[in-house]
Ligand binder design. Structure first.
Ligand SMILES: NC(=O)c1ccc[n+]([C@@H]2O[C@H](COP(=O)([O-])OP(=O)(O)OC[C@H]3O[C@@H](n4cnc5c(N)ncnc54)[C@H](O)[C@@H]3O)[C@@H](O)[C@H]2O)c1
Ligand SMILES: [Zn+2]
Length: 363
């Protein structure tokens, strides 16, 4: 595990007519090639003010085509239908047509909205993802889920819309605040738990190097995460089955996010809490050993991620879980571990077990 060979940095997502490549490289020639290959009639880069300031010019120079930059204010609270309408109006002003291309330059908020705008514009045009947050690089830019929130419904409106290409520049992480790095790491840890025990060990052994921006380690963290997400999405593009494993830790995470009005925790922080809960439930059900549970909790703690329940009424959390988008007919289904590197999905768990696990997580 120590002498990992730098990966080639190219992953193909095999989805028949909707296949595409993910390239992880600070050399952006892959982006100019992808844009040239699509031969768009016009290009719109959708981004936010901060990311535009850091990387907008660089991207414009690389794509080698005149582009309109559409700037959306930063933050989850702008991930709304009203922002989509404004964006579509700007696309109209820019005279975009059915052969135009949308490029998302940003974190998951920008990626979800740019993708949704591309899905809606004249019933769907090409789009490319340039994820700039760690979470977007390892998760949201791959797999084709796009959309926005309703005032009381996170990600309630959206479309499956695969990008035509994903271009990841690991060096963009240099400007990302450390709290946002940790939030992305929660999803990286998730891939180890759900799919790959060796990758989990690699993360444990190389976390410090990652934090010191070691290029080979960073490349491997991103590469293996994208590869696992790609393999799962290939097996189940529209979430009829296996794709549910990507929701490991998310049942509790969504309830925690909602109970704290999306203000206390970033998504990854809530996922950290949710993964500890899922490990504890797995342990209470004697599916895994306490050692495995401890390994996960310790790793998340080293990353500075929360592993305790916030001070909220557990009945509120329980109730929110039954109302989750992923619940079917009021039945909460859990993804639980068999060991690190393997999970099972669609499992019903008695309420008292869930509550016992959450109680163990209160201070
Ligand atoms: N579509 C999917 O499959 C999927 C999966 C997971 C999450 N999501 C969505 O993604 C969103 C969260 O994404 P996120 O965590 O990237 O949040 P985000 O997009 O809000 O980005 C986090 C913050 O980092 C800033 N930022 C991004 N890149 C930067 C960089 N390189 N340098 C400096 N600052 C930078 C952003 O401006 C923002 O302030 C949520 O809306 C969530 O629902 C979607
Ligand atoms: Zn997530």
């Amino acid at each position: 595990v120590e002498n990992i060979v730098p990966a080639a940095g190219v992953i193909s997502v095999d989805l028949g007519a909707r296949s595409y490549g993910i390239v992880i490289s600070d050399d952006l020639s892959n982006l100019s090639d992808a844009v040239a290959g699509l031969n768009p009639s016009s290009v719109a880069i959708i981004t936010n003010p901060k990311i535009n300031k850091f990387y907008g010019e660089k991207i414009c120079a690389v794509i080698n085509k005149p582009a309109n930059t559409i700037i959306i204010p930063a933050g989850e609270r702008y991930k709304t239908l009203s922002t989509i309408e404004k964006t579509l109006n700007k696309m109209l002003d820019a005279k975009m047509d059915r052969k135009s291309l949308v490029i998302a330059l940003g974190g998951g908020v920008i990626g979800d909205m740019a993708g949704f705008a591309a899905a809606c514009w004249q019933r769907g045009i090409n789009f490319i993802q340039i994820p700039t947050s760690l979470l977007a690089m390892v998760d949201s830019s791959v797999g084709g889920k796009t959309g926005v929130n309703l005032p009381h419904g996170k990600n309630m409106v959206g479309a499956f819309k695969q990008p035509r290409h994903v271009s990841i520049c690991p060096s963009f992480l240099k400007t990302l605040p450390s709290r946002e790095i940790a939030t992305g790491l929660a999803e990286v840890v998730k891939y180890g738990i759900i799919y790959d025990a060796d990758f989990f060990s690699f993360i444990e052994e190389n976390y410090e190097k990652f934090i010191k921006s070691d290029e080979v380690v960073t490349q491997h963290f991103i590469h293996r995460s994208c590869e696992i997400k790609a393999r799962v999405v290939e097996a189940d593009e529209n979430e009829g089955g296996l794709r549910a494993i990507l929701n490991f830790g998310h049942t509790v995470a969504h309830a925690v996010e909602s109970a704290t009005n999306y203000k206390t925790f970033t998504h990854g922080e809530a996922v950290s809490i949710g993964m500890v809960a899922a490990m504890k439930i797995s342990c209470l059900l004697k599916r895994i050993t306490i050692e495995d549970e401890k390994r996960v909790t310790n790793l998340l703690m080293r990353m500075g991620l929360p592993v305790h329940m916030p001070d909220v009424d557990l009945d509120v959390i329980m109730k929110l879980m039954t109302g989750d988008k992923k619940a079917v007919a009021g039945k909460v289904k859990f993804v639980l571990a068999n060991k690190i590197g393997s999970v099972e999905y669609n499992l019903a768990v008695p309420d008292n077990i869930v509550k016992d696990a959450l109680k163990e997580m209160q201070w």
